[in-house]
Structure formats: structure tokens, C-alpha cells
Design a protein around this ligand. Sequence first.
Ligand SMILES: Nc1ncnc2c1ncn2[C@@H]1O[C@H](COP(=O)(O)OP(=O)(O)O)[C@@H](O)[C@H]1O
Ligand SMILES: [Mg+2]
Length: 329
Amino acid sequence: MKPLRVGLTFNLKRVDPTRDDVEAEYDSPKTIAALCDAIASFGHSVVRLEATPDLARRLPRAGVDVVFNLAEGAGGRSREALVPALCELLRVPYTGSDPAALCVTLDKAMGKRILRDAGVPTPDFFLMETGREPLPRGWRFPAIVKPNIEGTSKGITTKSVVDDEAALRRRCREMIRRYRQPAIVEAYVAGREFTVGVLGWPRPRALAPMEVVFLQPQARTVYEFSLKQNWDGKLEYVCPARIAPAASRLMCRLALDAFTVFGCRDVARVDFRTDRRGRPFVIEVNPLPGMTPAFSDLVMIAEAAGIGYRDLIGRVLECALRRRRLGLV
Ligand SMILES: Nc1ncnc2c1ncn2[C@@H]1O[C@H](COP(=O)(O)OP(=O)(O)O)[C@@H](O)[C@H]1O
Ligand SMILES: [Mg+2]
């Protein structure tokens, strides 16, 4: 393969996530270095492109053949779509999903309406803009309250699970104030937690589900923010998950259905919970999953499927290169 110039677009983490979660979704210098190494190992040259506002001027001058996109963007519900939209404007092929898919999946309520319409099981929910709105008739507890347009478990702790209306309203008002966006309230699904990686274009393939096992049994488990930062002794990642083959197949099919209904491309991770009867519910689709070596869920899932880090990055890049060869963006 002819060596190419690959632009790596990213947002650099400068604020320690254990102190402040503003940049929790961003990538560390170490992750960026690992990605550069992986891309360069295929013989390409890598141009680092931090997704600051002047990217709009730097990208057209960078002369890249393709963009490997990791940028989470800043501010607002279209933030993840900013770099892909710029790539489309400049007609530079890029890895991963398009702006439309990134926007509707980032907005949890919007995404869930689409999943529901497609017949993909997802927990019941409603939105709170102020925290004073009436609850839907017959709403049942426990419920979980989350900021509607965040990721990386921002705003999610065991306190997010509420058992009555007063606690629900209190938590909603707190989330709305802290994150300056509506809160989504969902039926709490009490069973086990899984996540499924999806890879490939034009034909995506689901990798074997991974279970996130909570080692400190609690009445209400949530894959909360502090656990994602430091899971040592508190979580175990089991991949492939120890579940019946039929349950695994069902989750993989639902993951592919969810991926497809949003028109995702190349890579995503689909989060699941099962209820007490073992029925799976899609919690959300992440078309811009973390890719930190030996840390990110997707990297562990790929590893378990025999796809090492370099291979994973190579496969995602190859999807964009295939579109480039077809003259697509
Ligand atoms: N409806 C739900 N029932 C039970 N747990 C949930 C539910 N929604 C979220 N959670 C817990 O909170 C975690 C983070 O929620 P998620 O919607 O995936 O947000 P994020 O985008 O921050 O990853 C999930 O991995 C899960 O542990
Ligand atoms: Mg999630």
C-alpha cells in the first residue's frame, strides 16, 4: 500500500479528570502517541491535528489524504460532529461515523426515540428541562438520572439512582444546573452490564459481548464515573462474557441493529443492561468510543477477539481508506 498522510484529529486532555470532569472525554498525550505509533507502523506519516478552533484553517493546509478522527469537540450537542462536518466540507475522507449519526447518538433522548421506533429494546425515559415538570403518569421507581448530552459517565454516581419523586427532582435540578442541559430520566435496569464492540464498513461485524462485572456487590450497580477512572479491585472485565450462546447472539444482533439504524460506520460500542429476567436493553450507542491502549472497553473487546491494538487501529483506518478509493468521503 502506498504511504499516505494521515491527519489525527483529537482533543487533548489537560485537566485531571479526578479533579474536574470537563475534559474527561478528551485523550491523554499517551493515547495520542500510541495512536500515532499504530498509524505510522503501517508506513503512513501522521500529522497531529488538535481540534482547536483554528483547525478550520489548519486542516486544509495540512495536505492529508485521510483523517483518523478521535475529536470529541467542545460545547453543545453537535460537538462530536464538528470535525467530521469540516472533513465533509473539505472532502477529506475520515474514519468513523458521519455528523448526523454522531449528533443523534450523543443526544441520549433523541437516540432512544430512534431505537424505540426501530423496535430495539431500550429503557423507558422522559426528559426534564427544569426538574419541575410533572412525571409521566404511572412512572415507576427506581429510576436513573443522567445529563442528556454527556458521555464517559459524566454526572453518573450511585446517587444517580433514585427511589422517589423528591430525590428524582433534586437530582435532575443538580444535573441541569451543573451540566447546563436537560436531564434524562430512565427506568433503572437492575441486572448485569455488557458492552458490544462493532467494527467494519460497509459490512459491520459485532465482536463478542464483554461483561463489566461489579466486584463489590451493591444494591444498585452503576458503571459510574469514578469506576471508569479507577477500577482496580472494583470491576472485572470479562470478555467474552460468560453467558449462553443464544443470549450472546441476541446482544450482537441488537448491537448491529442499533448501529445500523443510526447509520454508524467503521466502529462503535453499544452499551447494554439486562433486567432480572436476563432480557437485554440498549442503553446507548457510542460511535466515538475511547481508544486508549489496555484501558478503553473497545480495546479490551478487540483484544479478546484476537485483534491487537495496532490491528484495531488499522482496521478502522482501512474503512476510511476504502471509502477514499471509492471516491466517497
Ligand atoms: N437505564 C439504566 N439502568 C441501569 N443502569 C444504567 C441505565 N442507564 C445508565 N446506567 C448506568 O450508567 C452507566 C452510564 O450510562 P450511559 O447512558 O452509558 O452514559 P455514558 O454516555 O456516560 O456512558 C451505564 O454504563 C450503566 O452502568
Ligand atoms: Mg455508556
